[in-house]
Design a protein around this ligand. Structure first.
Ligand SMILES: Nc1ncnc2c1ncn2[C@@H]1O[C@H](COP(=O)(O)OP(=O)(O)O)[C@@H](O)[C@H]1O
Ligand SMILES: [Mg+2]
Length: 235
C-alpha cells in the first residue's frame, strides 16, 4: 500500500441476485473510494442498493463482478476464511435492528467477537467492560437486551462493534428504530468514535438530520452512485 492509496476502493462493483430471466442487478457498477478517518453518510431511496454495498464492504456478501480493495488487498479474490479474518480484525458492523442475542447479557453480547477471535476470558471481560463504559453503559453489564431501552440496545451493539478496535465502522440505518432523542445520542456517540478514535465510519441513513453529522454524503440511485459531496461537519 502506498501512502496515497485509499483505505477502501470499490471499482465497477456489480451484484446480481438470481439468474436468467429472474436476474436482478442490485448494483450497477459502483466506484467509490474512502480514505482513512472519513465519516461518510450513504443516502438514497429504498431499494437503491445501500445495504447491498454495506454487506459487500462488511464481507457479509461478495460482489458479482468488480474489485474491492481494503488497504490495497484484493478482497474479491480472498477465500471465505480470509474475508472472515478481515471482518473480525478490521470491521465493525451495526444494524438497524441491533441484532443482539436475546437471552444473553450485555457483557456477553459485547464479548462475542472476541470469542470468535479466540481471546482468553480474562482479557475478554476487561475489553467488553471497557467498551460498555465507552458507550455510556457502565453498570449495565449484566442486563439482557429486553431489560434495556432501544437506545441502550444500540449502544450495546456499538460496544460489540468497537470491542475489537476496528478500523472501520459500518452502520446500516443505526437510528432507524430509534426516536429523535435516542437517534441524536447515538449519532453523538458515532461521531465521537470517528473524531476521537479515528474510526472510519460509513453510515446508511434516510434522515438528513443524521446525515448532517457526516462530512461526506454519497447518494445512491438504482444501484449507482448518483452524487458524492463533502459538507461542513454539524456544529
Ligand atoms: N437477497 C436478495 N435477493 C433478491 N433481491 C434482493 C436481495 N437483497 C436485496 N435485493 C434487492 O436488491 C435491491 C437493493 O436492495 P438493498 O441493497 O437492500 O437496498 P437499500 O438498502 O438501498 O434499501 C432491492 O431491489 C432489493 O429488493
Ligand atoms: Mg437497506
Amino acid at each position: 500500500m502506498t501512502a496515497a492509496s485509499p483505505l477502501i476502493r470499490l471499482a465497477g462493483i456489480t451484484r446480481t441476485y438470481g439468474a436468467g430471466a429472474a436476474a436482478f442487478q442490485a448494483l450497477n457498477g459502483i466506484d467509490l473510494e474512502i480514505d482513512e478517518g472519513e465519516f461518510v453518510a450513504v443516502m438514497g431511496p429504498s431499494g437503491s442498493g445501500k445495504s447491498t454495498v454495506m454487506n459487500i464492504l462488511g464481507c457479509l456478501d461478495s460482489p458479482t463482478a468488480g474489485s474491492y480493495t481494503f488497504q490495497g488487498a484484493h478482497v474479491e479474490s480472498m477465500t471465505r476464511d480470509q474475508r472472515a479474518l478481515l471482518r473480525r480484525h478490521f470491521l465493525g458492523f451495526v444494524f438497524q435492528g441491533f441484532n443482539l442475542l436475546s437471552r444473553t447479557t450485555a457483557l456477553e453480547n459485547v464479548e462475542l467477537p472476541l470469542i470468535y477471535r479466540g481471546e482468553p476470558a480474562t482479557s475478554r471481560h476487561a475489553a467488553a467492560r471497557a467498551a460498555l463504559q465507552q458507550v455510556g453503559l457502565a453498570g449495565w453489564e449484566d442486563h439482557a437486551p429486553n431489560e434495556l431501552s432501544g437506545g441502550q440496545q444500540q449502544r450495546v451493539a456499538i460496544a460489540r462493534a468497537i470491542v475489537t478496535d476496528p478500523k472501520v465502522l459500518l452502520a446500516d440505518e443505526p437510528t432507524g428504530n430509534l426516536d429523535t432523542h435516542n437517534s441524536c445520542e447515538i449519532m453523538e456517540l458515532i461521531s465521537g468514535l470517528n473524531r476521537d478514535r479515528g474510526i472510519t465510519v460509513l453510515m446508511v441513513t434516510h434522515e438528513p438530520d443524521m446525515a448532517a453529522y457526516a462530512r461526506r454524503v454519497v447518494r445512491f440511485k438504482d444501484g449507482r452512485v448518483d452524487s458524492d459531496h463533502r459538507q461542513e461537519e454539524r456544529a
